[in-house]
Design a protein around this ligand. Structure first.
Ligand code: AMP
Length: 190
């Protein structure tokens, strides 16, 4: 298996780059944000819980997210590998992901962080909000999401960086240029 975690602030291009990685390397894409939006659409119990949390720019509780992710992994355990997009967002989730993969005799092969300047993130998310229809792509919630990212997810990235597990891509650039950087990282690993 080839297992990749793609992380970075909201608006850093994780979804776009994940789609390109899936197209080029045939991995199974797990986007926890997409999964939650599907639950909301379906009106499920998880969806009802997540709806206000997402609109408010906060994080869905770890236990809910970890269980949801575990189920997805088990359902697709025959995949060539996974690209985890939007998970882990907390240290508890990072810990749980390591354990889940270890129990399958697997590990995270590539940890990729997307670096984008704060003002560019805000600009991109506001622009996306004009067409995405997402409840959280508005100025007030965007700032909240970026603050939640700094508080909860940056420590995860710092942890990976300190243990020398992190690779970085600069996405203050075009989709194509960023993907060229990512491709180099993946191809160097294989
Ligand atoms: P995303 O599409 O990844 O930007 O996620 C949209 C929203 O879904 C986030 O702002 C959170 O409210 C929620 N969410 C997605 N993934 C997670 C996660 N791993 N842990 C907690 N909440 C999450």
């Amino acid at each position: 298996m080839l297992n990749i975690v793609i992380t970075g602030a909201p608006g850093s291009g994780k979804g776009t780059q994940s789609d390109l990685i899936v197209k080029n390397y045939g991995l199974h894409h797990i986007s926890t944000g997409d999964m939650l939006r599907a639950e909301i659409k379906a009106g499920s119990e998880i969806g009802q819980l997540a709806e206000h949390i997402i609109a408010d720019g906060k994080l869905v509780p770890d236990n809910v997210m970890i269980e949801m992710l575990h189920k997805q992994i088990l359902e697709h355990k025959d995949a060539k590998g996974f690209i985890f997009d939007g998970f882990p967002r907390t240290v508890a989730q990072a810990d749980a992901l390591d354990k889940m993969l270890i129990s399958m005799g697997e590990k995270i092969d590539i940890l990729l962080v997307m670096n984008v300047k704060h003002e560019t993130l805000v600009e991109r998310l506001i622009l996306r909000g004009q067409t995405s229809g997402r409840s959280d792509d508005n100025k007030e919630t965007i700032e909240k999401r970026l603050a939640v990212y700094t508080e909860n997810t940056l420590p995860v990235i710092e942890f990976y960086r300190q243990s020398n597990r992190l690779t970085e891509a600069d996405n203050n650039t075009t989709v194509e240029d960023c993907f060229a950087q990512i491709k180099k990282i993946i191809d160097a690993h294989q």
